[in-house]
Design a protein around this ligand. Structure first.
Ligand code: CA
Ligand code: CA
Ligand code: CA
Length: 184
């Protein structure tokens, strides 16, 4: 506690990990260092918190899409330490069915950049099929390492774009049309 009545002249300088108070008026005066300890008073969040991704159903496995960055104003262990991928519960608003297959189609990869921040990518690990499902909804949850830990979520909507990958069916339809026209 700084008391103006007992000590009114002092030099104060901010440093990266706390506040450094140095009394310079006399070498007999003590040097006082105050480190402000971080507490986990901020939750992780994504900006933006929803991302729509369009992927062709012919996208090859290994296709990776960079996701929005997570943020947490706290430091070190109180900042983001892990990410989890889940299927969104609200896939089908009428039935409430969870798209469990979404987590079989996609995974997450994390890589640390030179500045210490983390790139999180959504990676396709199995082939898509628009004729089976044209939309997949997932949720990425970022957890910090605080006690108790806090979290923030990113909603992902994957739109599967059509490709002409049903040539046998198309050929069969053409064959039937020819047969029908010849029999007339
Ligand atoms: Ca804090
Ligand atoms: Ca935090
Ligand atoms: Ca298709």
């Amino acid at each position: 506690m700084i008391d103006e009545h007992t000590q009114y002249r002092y030099f104060c300088a901010d440093i990266a990990d706390g506040i450094d108070l140095v009394f310079k008026e006399s070498p007999r005066w003590p040097q006082v260092y105050i480190d402000v300890a971080d507490i986990n008073d901020n939750s992780p969040f994504f900006l933006p918190d929803t991302r729509t991704i369009q992927l062709s159903e012919l996208s090859s496995t290994g296709t990776a899409v960079l996701l929005p960055a997570s943020h947490d104003a706290d430091t070190t262990a109180n900042s983001v330490t892990s990410y989890h991928l889940n299927a969104a519960a609200e896939l089908d608003e009428d039935s409430g069915i969870v798209d469990r297959s979404a987590t079989e189609l996609f995974s997450l990869t994390m890589s640390t950049k030179l500045d210490g921040s983390t790139d999180v990518k959504l990676v396709l690990v199995r082939e898509l099929d628009r004729e089976w499902s044209d939309t997949h909804r997932l949720v990425v949850t970022a957890f910090d390492g605080g006690q108790p830990r806090r979290s923030g979520t990113l909603n992902i909507i994957v739109k599967v774009l059509d490709a002409n990958d049903n040539r046998l069916a198309a050929a069969y339809d053409n064959f039937v049309e020819r047969e029908q026209s010849q029999s007339l």
